[in-house]
Write a protein that binds this ligand. Sequence first.
Ligand SMILES: Cc1cc2nc3c(=O)[nH]c(=O)nc-3n(C[C@H](O)[C@H](O)[C@H](O)COP(=O)(O)O)c2cc1C
Length: 167
Amino acid sequence: MSILVAYGSKQGGTAGLAEMVADALRREGFTVEVAPASAQGRVEGYEAVIVGGALYAFRWHRDARRFIRRHTHVLCNIPTYFFSSGPLDASASERDIAPIRSVRALMDRVGARGHATFGGRLTSDARGFLAHLMAKRNAGDWRDPTHVQSWTHAIAADLRAPLRKDA
Ligand SMILES: Cc1cc2nc3c(=O)[nH]c(=O)nc-3n(C[C@H](O)[C@H](O)[C@H](O)COP(=O)(O)O)c2cc1C
């Protein structure tokens, strides 16, 4: 089964999460490609798609939003999963954080099967005025490989299940 992991990322943290998701799925035996959501022209031919987006000011990254709108018709017909990143503290590792409302609406649009919020990353040399200001207090990396691994493992089980009920 071939899977696409597409992401919208400004400072590279979500791109790194997409690679972690892809590596974990490869270890589960799947063929996986990773691509920026803005560069992915076609989704036909993949049997499942995972879309990740960074959260900025309570909005999902624009590339992830556009990707869903552009490919709605295909995504409606294959298993699709979303992830968001991410809180700049340990909260995402400690409890499930529901998708923000606009991401929930995009999930409904394509019938996405699941969502995870992963911790984020902000480097002390982050680009942009706001990011630079925030980095003075909140710089750090809360991306949690164990969290990614367990979510990915659940997706692998879901994809392998011969019969599944929609959640
Ligand atoms: C200006 C700014 C606004 C942010 N807003 C949110 C937010 O609303 N919710 C959230 O969980 N994280 C927020 N974050 C944290 C980012 O989502 C986190 O740094 C993420 O890892 C960035 O992903 P990227 O490196 O792929 O761009 C914000 C970060 C910055 C710099």
